[in-house]
Ligand binder design. Structure first.
Ligand SMILES: [Zn+2]
Length: 66
């Protein structure tokens, strides 16, 4: 068996990347305490962030390759 790393899945790496991008492009609000929500159906992963200041919804999705 290969050695397991500490839960650093591709999902988490992607999420970490998004979690650094918390500034709303619409109003410039820095949602420091917010986070991107992720949802997946196994083939696609969708990240969504709603700005608490202006309500702007940012969404991006990835198709999971293999
Ligand atoms: Zn905003």
């Amino acid at each position: 068996m290969a050695s397991r790393n500490n839960g650093s899945t591709p999902f988490e790496r992607l999420k970490n990347r998004y979690d650094r991008d918390m500034v709303c492009p619409e109003c410039g609000y820095d949602d420091d305490e917010g986070e991107w929500l992720s949802e997946t159906d196994g083939r696609r992963i969708v990240y969504q962030h709603i700005c608490p200041s202006c309500g702007k919804v940012r969404q991006s999705s990835y198709t999971l390759g293999r």
